[in-house]
Write a protein that binds this ligand. Sequence first.
Ligand code: PLP
Length: 449
Amino acid sequence: PLPAPDAAAQVRGDDRAHVFHSWSAQALIDPLPVAAGEGSTFWDYDGNAYLDFSSQLVNLNLGHQHPDLIAAIQQQAGRLATIQPAVANDVRGELARLISEVAPDGLEKVFFTNGGAEANEYAVRMARQVTGRRKVLSMYRSYHGSTSTAISLTGDPRRWANEVSDAGAVRFFGPYLYRSPFHSTTLAEESQRALEHLEQTILLEGPATIAAIIIETVVGTNGVLVPPPGYLQGVRELCDRHGIVYIADEVMVGFGRLGEWFGIDAYDGRPDLITFAKGINSGYVPLGGVVISDAIAGRFDKTPFPGGLTYSGHPLACAAGVATFEVFRRDGILERVRDLGERVVEPTLRGWVDKHPSVGEVRGRGLFWAVELVRDRETREPLVPFNASGADAAPMGAFTAAAKEGGVWPFTHFNRMHVAPPLVISETDLVRGLAVLDDALSVADGYVT
Ligand code: PLP
């Protein structure tokens, strides 16, 4: 049934009066009241449809209202809606087994959390416990979550207002050839120089003070930065040489975004801890976790692990996770992500480089791509300044408005637009959405100098 005519006003009124929103100046926002969602589309109360090229917060891998996930949650709710973490539970154990079966060899155990930030929080705690060291190295261009350790490890401006002095966070530059901090001109050079810089950072900080290095396998919100060949392998070697724990943050890329179970499967280098959330069950019930190497898990065989959460391994969340595995396997989700990425998204985006003067670079893998928008292709001046807000961000605002006008909900961050639709998107919708973004890029072209 269609919502009552005044329903949107009620939703907006309650929201404005009582919901305190993330990352926002509360009086300056006007959140869209959303009435419904199905597959890759959601609707507002006026019946406007939005094709979701952002998968909400890059978590809705299996789309809205997937019947298998809904049925799994409903059945589990009918059987046992909740149970505390100290007991053994069937779906919790089954999901942990399924995850360990697709994880790299030697990572057999899973600690469940409620989301991505907590997963990183616990991974860091494990690393500190087993090394007896405190510092953690992370990239400037990174996001690891908003709890106190995770936001301190985050590189991007979201950490600025949140830093706590005892976090032990040390930041370094990761590889990013388009804006190379190392003045490299080839991927091989960028990889090698980024590793030299990381090694220098380790040596100058004192290897014996560093518990962990945390790296998004493909950096997500900060630019879909794909690691150059050899880089992650080099990180592994540096960690081995100095007894440092390598944490792969796969909260955004794990479970299908790159056409792999874990992003690391597409690259070299094996982490000691892998953190995940989002794609594990598309966010139908909050869930995240840490996949743990045998060596680290073994350290807590006779010594208790000092940490826990009331909802660790919540049965409703785990049931949705088990169903996710079934859907991925039955419907060949990983294969279709690779196919659509290579056959449809990549050639279309590469075509935009020739067609749109505002497109500086496109990069990505699977169904995870960034389009970097510039004012000037020669100088690579970004379309809007780093961390732009207000009037400075107007060109990106105009682009976003044009995309929404065309019925596509895009993901934008600073001067970038990311293409990250649900992994179940039909080819027809994918092509249609890309055409809308293509048109909207003409608006960005208008700002080219
Ligand atoms: N790590 C990465 C790479 C992320 O992209 C995010 C969220 O976007 C997080 C961690 C934090 O996850 P959550 O918001 O579930 O706490």
